[in-house]
Design a protein around this ligand. Structure first.
Ligand SMILES: [Zn+2]
Length: 407
């Protein structure tokens, strides 16, 4: 690390000087379709990025992860992800993971493929902020560190997941590999409104109630029929009531709902309803999973039509820890010195960092640029935020890691 503390204004000025080449790279990335199913487009984008990562002195490797079984007809047998790392970790240097996804939600056939707006203030295009803008912000962050002679501050890992928008069916294995033994993980998804950084995410559980009754004519066989729908509905209401018992818990029935047979004059003998639950503590997520099983049993016994619950925890929470405060303070202070007013926020949305957090890394999400309209044709990027947010990362990280070194 450089001896003198960084001057935030100088870092920002340097970031802005590097804007033309950063924007040129971003334009090429945005106009090259990289939907996860478009292997050629993904490869083309990776070949734009790999030389830039090597120029930073990072060693790159392609992680080829097989598709989970059973495979959909016509799908590729594996997907490729790119991991770039600082050479040989030096003892005492913290390991920092910078996490990105290269894929966008727009397939090759979609009408939204180009930069449709390109003013000095705002760009609009597929993936311009989610998260190709994040990728160039991360790259610029490392280039600025290199320019300052401070790249040795950490052992860097730069991961490009190529199927995040599909739920990381293969990217999760790449992420787990990249996150092993990491001290700090930064996810370069775009900032929350007003520039907020995500310090906590709720965990997620998902499952369904399945009720089995006895069918018959609703009029003639009303006494002998057993209504599966009624049992399922009672279970759903009881599940929702769990919210009152566990602070921070939300229970949301919905998704796929099925009742049969479908005629109004028939008593349904089959009913099922999906539901999901979100929680701030892993213990609550697990307790709710158990409770849902108990509810199914109890309601089935009371209402006559047996109910069963099938479900599991999909993601652990990305929890805030004592260490979160220190890294957040460093970032908030850096942002303030750069003329930005930001704060840490907790969200109920689940992301890749939920899993990284469970592996023991301190996680900070939303450190990418400012933008909005994600997953729509209105996706936009606030152009100057690339430089400001890269400078925020440089100054914030150097303060946090620098202090960590002294501690
Ligand atoms: Zn994204």
């Amino acid at each position: 690390m450089s001896r003198n503390p960084l001057n935030p204004e100088e870092v920002l000025a340097e970031a802005r000087r590097r804007m033309p080449e950063t924007l040129e790279l971003l334009a090429s990335l945005v106009e090259t379709n990289s939907h996860a199913e478009n292997a050629e487009g993904v490869a083309a984008c990776l070949s734009l990025l790999e030389p830039r990562l090597r120029a930073l002195g990072l060693e790159t490797q392609v992680l080829e992860i097989p598709m989970p079984e059973p495979r959909e007809a016509g799908s590729a047998p594996f997907r490729r992800h790119l991991l770039a790392c600082s050479p040989e970790p030096e003892r005492g240097r913290p390991t920092v993971l910078m996490s990105f996804h290269l894929d966008t939600v727009f397939p090759k056939e979609h009408g939204f493929q180009k930069l449709v707006e390109r003013s000095a203030e705002r760009w609009r295009g597929p993936g311009v902020s989610d998260m190709k803008g994040g990728i160039v912000t991360g790259l610029l962050t490392l280039e600025l560190f290199k320019g300052l002679g401070a790249l040795g501050l950490a052992h860097w890992r730069f991961l490009l997941n190529t199927d995040e928008e599909l739920g990381s069916p293969t990217g999760m294995a790449a992420l787990r590999k990249a996150a092993e033994g990491v001290d700090l993980a930064l996810c370069f998804e775009a900032a929350r409104p007003c520039g907020g950084l995500v310090v906590a995410r709720k965990g997620l559980g998902a499952g369904r109630f399945i009720a089995t009754g006895k069918s018959g004519h609703a009029g003639i066989a009303h006494d002998t029929g057993v209504n599966a729908f009624t049992s399922m509905a009672r279970a759903v209401v009881a599940a929702e009531a769990l919210e009152a018992r566990f602070p921070g818990l939300t229970v949301s029935p919905g998704g796929k709902v099925a009742v049969g047979p479908v005629a109004l004059n028939m008593i349904p003998d089959h009913a099922e309803c999906e539901l999901e639950w979100r929680f701030t503590e892993l213990a609550v997520g697990e307790a709710v999973l158990e409770e849902l099983g108990r509810i199914a049993e109890r309601v089935g016994a009371e209402a006559g039509a047996p109910v069963r619950f099938e479900g599991s925890l999909e993601a652990p929470p990305m929890a805030e820890s004592a260490r979160t405060k220190a890294v957040l303070e460093a970032y908030v202070g850096a942002a303030r010195d750069l003329g930005m007013n930001i704060q840490g926020v907790a969200t109920a949305g689940v992301g890749d960092m939920n899993h990284v957090s469970r592996m023991g890394a301190l996680c900070l999400d939303g450190v990418g640029p400012e933008g909005g309209g994600f997953h729509t044709e209105n996706e936009y990027l606030v152009v100057d935020s690339l430089a400001r947010r890269a400078a925020m990362n440089v100054v914030g990280l150097s303060r946090y890691l620098g202090e960590g070194e002294r501690a």
